[in-house]
Ligand binder design. Sequence first.
Ligand SMILES: *Cc1c(COP(=O)(O)O)cnc(C)c1O
Length: 357
Amino acid sequence: MSTTPTPRPNVLAIPAYVAGKPPTPRPGLTSYKLSSNENPYPPLPGVLEAATEAAAAMNRYPDMGSSALYDALSARLGVPTDDLAAATGSVALIYQLVNAFCGPGDEVVYAWRSFEAYPIAVTVGGATSVQVPLTAEGRHDLDAMAAAVTERTRIVMVCTPNNPTGPAVGQAELDAFLAKVPQHVVVVVDEAYLEFVRMADAVDGLATYRAHPNVVLFRTFSKAYGLAGFRVGYAVAPGPIAAALRAVSLPFGVSHVAQAAAIASLEAGDALMERVDELVARRVDVVARLRDVGWELPDAQGNFVWFPLGERTPDFAAACGEAGVSVRPYATDGVRVTIGEAEALDRIVEVAAQFAR
Ligand SMILES: *Cc1c(COP(=O)(O)O)cnc(C)c1O
């Protein structure tokens, strides 16, 4: 018996979440934050008004069943409300899924490097991470991931587009993968950057979920919709899986303000698509300019670009910082830069031109 209160052993093994840093202010230079894949735009039309009005009811608990949000999502997506589970960002859904489906020693398979919340959520839940290396192009190696499934596997995460490297999986390769994974394993398609995808054979998440009793979609209002600060995401899942996700959620997690803002954002679809198209145009332009000066970059399908810098990662991040732009370095793997303000992106291209190989 220990003499002090001791958390479960897995708690001591939880890796720290490294959040994107704010820029260091530079005299005479507007600084920009391109380190967290945030949306550079102000709230969509009607959203601030809806959120402000909702804030007036802060003495009341939110609707625990998120019913108005489920109704709005159900109408928009054409899925039954029973197949929806809202959460405080789709990060929370990862924790909930592990909590609901994994016991000690159960395995969660995912690509690596990928979203850094995965290893944290898996460890918090007392499960075991099985990380399958990305290909040299920063893509999911779906054959290797299927081969990594054992009788202990409960969940496989497919992050598409992959954060932080950028490529998305195609429908044909996803279908071939799903045919190989046993149906008692939950396959998550994490579509946090869905709206930014522009490729042939793009995944149709809803059709895929309809065709498989074990496929779950994770989506978020944090990226394209620009509600990162309000914490709201949702799962689209076969009824029993959605019910399990709701059952393990914290009561009243998604605030009334967040629910109202999410609903209003769904109603601003045209303005949303205009902004997303503009960000995609900037992405295409930035990638073209970087390739012109010699950069070999993976396919960028999200609102970010990946620089595979290896040992030069810290130096590049520091140079961007000197130019007044914070970016997201990953150890000695590379740097992820969010597609944000045009002025900030111009500075990144300039810095990158000097680093060109
Ligand atoms: C940003 C992100 C999420 C969602 O984050 P929330 O703000 O918690 O909704 C989920 N998955 C990936 C891969 C992301 O990059």
